[in-house]
Design a protein around this ligand. Structure first.
Ligand code: HEC
Length: 173
């Protein structure tokens, strides 16, 4: 009995400390500062586990043909380049003003995600970050075209880089 009373007391102290922390306004909610280590660890773990539970296991049903990749490039420059930028160029004002920062999708880290995980993130977005859900406004096929293009990002041809560079300027507000 005493043990449970002790546990209950400890729990109340922890809850009171958390409430005091929130009420004090110490936690900086601005987007101008990179996330601290605790936010990074908790955020990454939450996203990881949520994806493991929800992302489809399917591979991209579309083939990596030039047509599919060209369609993906068009969507990418309209919807994504403003935040994620393009290979070899610094992100624009939108991307620079976000924390956590929008990652370079051609990086080895981003390429580790499965097709299903990429599809799920693009379609549903990521809470409490700047990553929007595109599923409500774009047809499913467009999202798979984007997944194909994201896969192609590390191997862009010079012509595709030029197309994206024009787009980068157009997409930067
Ligand atoms: C308004 C800014 C913004 C736009 C526009 C945007 N993103 Fe993002 N995106 C982000 C941010 C911020 C993150 C990082 C989320 C996090 O830290 O979990 C992200 C994360 C991602 C990830 C996960 C990468 C990883 O390795 O964890 C993918 C994939 C992605 N975005 C794809 C896209 C695609 C495709 C588009 C265009 C359809 C797009 N994003 C448009 C801000 C944006």
């Amino acid at each position: 009995m005493r043990f449970f009373a002790g546990m209950l007391f400890a729990l109340l102290v922890v809850v009171a400390a958390l409430v005091a922390l929130v009420a004090s306004g110490t936690v900086d909610m601005s987007a101008a500062r990179p996330p601290g280590w605790l936010e990074r660890i908790v955020g990454e773990a939450l996203l990881d586990r949520s994806l493991a539970r929800r992302a489809p296991r399917a591979r991209n049903p579309l083939p990596q043909t030039p047509q599919v990749i060209a369609a993906g490039l068009e969507h990418y420059r309209r919807d994504c380049a403003g935040c994620h930028g393009r290979p070899g160029a610094a992100p624009g004002p939108l991307g620079r003003g976000l924390n956590p920062p929008p990652p370079d999708l051609g990086s080895a880290d981003a390429q580790e995600s499965s097709d299903g995980e990429l599809f799920y993130i693009v379609s549903r977005g990521v809470r409490l970050t700047g990553m929007p859900a595109w599923g409500p406004s774009r047809p499913e096929r467009e999202i798979w075209e984007l997944v194909a293009f994201v896969r192609h990002l590390p191997r862009l041809s010079p012509a595709e880089r030029r197309q994206l560079a024009e787009a980068g300027r157009a997409a930067t507000p």
